[in-house]
Ligand binder design. Sequence first.
Ligand code: ADP
Ligand code: ZN
Ligand code: ZN
Length: 666
Amino acid sequence: METPQHTAVGLLDYAAAQPWPAGTLVRVPLGRRTVTGIVWGPSEGELPPGAVLRPIEQALTALPPLPAAWRDLVAFAAGYYQRGLGELALAVLPPELRKLDATQLGRRLKRANPEVPPAESPPLRPLTPEQASALEALEALPPGPVLLHGVTGSGKTELYLRAAARALDAGRQVLVLVPEINLTPQLEARFAERFPGRVLVAQHSGLTPPQRLRHWLQAHHGQADLVLGTRLSVFTPMPRLGLIVVDEEHDPSFKQQDGARYSARDLAVFRGRLENVTVILGSATPSLETWQRALDGRYARLTLADRVGGGALPRVRIFDMNRLPPEGPNRASLTVLAPPLQAAIEARVARGEQSLLLLNRRGYAPVLHCAACGWKSGCPHCSAWRVFHKLDRTLRCHHCGFTERVPRACPDCGNPDIAPVGRGTEKLEEQIAALLPGARIARIDADSTRLKGALEAQLAAVHAGEVDVLIGTQMVAKGHDFRRMTLVAAVNPDGALFASDFRAPERMFALLMQAGGRAGRDAAQAAGSEMWVQTWHPTHPLYAALARHDYTAFAASQLEERRAVGLPPFSHLALLRAESKDAEIARAFLQDAAAVPAPAGLSCYEPVPPPVAKVADVERLQLLVESSSRPLLQHWLAAWVPQLHALKARHKGLIRWAVDVDPLGF
Ligand code: ADP
Ligand code: ZN
Ligand code: ZN
């Protein structure tokens, strides 16, 4: 689940036959093994008398030393996120590189020589006036972070391409970060098409280890002009770096959720400052942290308010579910699709247009229930329900993976009549098929795309017009350029309004804006495009802002709430997480940690369980640390975390602990 332990591997001393430059990769003995290390500099301080250093076995001199900017970035990240420097530095290198000795590396280097024949770039489309003035403003800015706030389809990507062209023409390299591996092929295709004579490499976890190493080497040698990848690529060394783009900067996927829990978006901004380059943060719904920084003038801000081609954003229709008749024979099906929504979809099917139904919950039903005795399909290993998957008749835990055949009868009382409660995408698919008998229906979620190539095939079918109604989770809401889609509906999004996670409304708003952005991308059809929301709370301010496509108003209201209660971006948080088979052990550890005297201006709260306390038989608890001053929090963490290493030894049975700085959820 996560890297084994919070090991404080820092700097180790070795004897060197010659003073290798900092950043040189070396093979060194560690215990009985030989491992790869990075020369950080001459040893600091005196060795104890009589100490004998072990020698460096080999320096991988075929590889240029990792540059100072890379080392500074890694050192900053290790310090900021409270990880061992050595641990982090090695973890962000391609795994394959760590295995090679000098001879093997030499062989790989011979093979890693890309040849891209020179080619003409395609003729450029003229920019829209809005794009042109944004580009002009961008080019006039000094290097630094720039928020590019543009509605979906406003041509942000085109601006990335123009800015990239400028950096490439100046002989520089460009780094493009995307939230998800699913979205890389699309963006990669657009960059490849625009820059056919350039070397473009990808960096993400879907590559084979040799591919990943080859791409990394190309970047590090300065052969790759463009590096496009997910969060891990923020650490790619690039000697000629001239521009960083973070697409969909608000996306939670930029935050690593285990090991070193870094935010690639935030590190990109830091890296931009280190290397004195522009960092474009693009989004239709910026994270509130970024938005507040732009309001404060710490980030520059550019706006694209209109869709390219003058297409309108979809008209938002908030349907009040309280208007449905309280009873009646087909009440159940009315709550699946309200009659006017069903009619709107039917009209589109008839016209050959596509509709997207968004439901952020996969499986058939989130829980099975026995009405006779009250049994529910809990997971024996987690504090969570197991989800009913009807297609393969399983009960599956989405937290630990524990899977069983669905029982024929209630395991507690034998009642054969156990019933699914609630609805996931599988059930919605079944219900829609019944409601729209003639329509071609497809479902895209983590289950339907488990096999390699399945997602590509399913998306291709949608693009080819072989699907009338697409049902999907957030997976389909992002990025895709569906040309025939004119209706998007959120079937039941209310959950986020009342979630305990303070970021849930922000995420839901972004998701709905993104999903809405899938409709009417073809300007010819934009006028008739619609975004539907079925809700029991139609007057909620989130929906009111959505109906007006008014991110600014939504952000203002959220920021006001956060300011009032002292939540980010008006305070800075860290979570100390602890895991044990026995919750009391985790609690005792956290209580001891909280008892370390903290300075004024910093609060340590009581240990509490996260929303899902037990996962795979391990109990989890967490402690929130909060301060209105980031430097104070950082200062405290740097003093506190070393004490926690010592504290752990006093709590037998503590499996692991970790600090999460700027946590996304809790
Ligand atoms: P965003 O990244 O903001 O969602 P895109 O860059 O994908 O927007 O642009 C939306 C659509 O408009 C794409 O199909 C793109 O090819 C097209 N487009 C962007 N800029 C222009 C332009 N200047 N002229 C014509 N079409 C454009
Ligand atoms: Zn029962
Ligand atoms: Zn489980």
